[in-house]
Design a protein around this ligand. Sequence first.
Ligand code: BG6
Length: 376
Amino acid sequence: MIEKTEFPHFMLKEIFEQPQALERTIVSRVGLSEGEVRIADEIHIDSAELRALRRIHIVASGTSRHAGMAGQYMFQELACLPADVDYASEFEYRNLPIGPEEITIVITQSGETADTTAAQRLAKRKGSRTIAISNVPDSTIAREADGVLYTNAGPEISIASTKAFTAQMAVLFLLAAYLAQVRQELDRENLREWIRELLAIPQKVRTVLECSELCRKLAEQFHRAEDFLFLGRAIHYPVAMDGALKLKEVSYVHAEGYPAGETKHGPNALIDEHLPVVVIATCDPRNAGSLLRYEKTVSDLQGFKKQSAKIVALASEGDREVSELADHTIFIPQAPELLAPILEMIPLQLFAYYVAVRKGLDVDRPRNLVKSVREE
Ligand code: BG6
């Protein structure tokens, strides 16, 4: 019997369990001094086959698909492997020619989602090897996969997924780093640096969790809003998507996640003093692409301000430019671009949670939703 212990809801307990969930998911799979990722005996696909890979397909539903969207950037950046991401419920309609030179990664907290089970079976029929990323040992999807990488987040009771999601992103990072290792895209020193940064993430999550009271105050201020826009560029776009989904799931508020660069093609018409805009505006100064994206996001913020939008920004610790432009700023510890999404998700989970609580809703069991949809 899983208890809420001192927490009022499972969702809040699970948000605060993320540092331990990440440590249990990461630590046993890396060797810092050796600069190596050790997951060969979990994925059961030999190095020769991994070196021959030309493409990765990622298939999932809901929050798990957002993890896959973040993984897409990790596979491209670390292993130079292109990756496609599909909704599990749409996968069959794409009729993709998938063959032995492509693996299909199936991401699922429960390991029982019907659409995702069907998608994995279809990929196998097409000749693709499959790797399942699941949080439930011996689940259907885990049993039917060629290889399994478990998130060790522990049982996730709240219908809205939080600790499983950040653990999924950590596993995807490990898999991308492992592929880079096997395909010799990264040398030992580079791998050692990435492993060092990954091992530092759980403690940085503990630091971000200190923004909980600020998130509660923001929820108090914005709990009557009927629409939200969440914006992020590149690997931060999946974070915007899941921040919007969390708010929809638990507080029944309409929220939309969007690539920040796309607002000028439509959503800008929505942005005025009545529409809170949550913008992920972090920056990894050691990453040239991140610096470029940051400049564009600052320019977006200046435009939104002219449109009198109420702006909540996520910015990197020490940033002064964004906090001058935003009405509210939540600071995120410095982290490499590919790992920042794990930290950025924390305040968005907390904000959604506190809006639902302020609205007096059943946070752990939102109406019309279930933890795992077992029929297509
Ligand atoms: C939904 C859950 O039913 O299924 C979401 O409410 C989840 O939280 C989605 O992301 C996919 O579930 P799973 O178990 O396949 O990750």
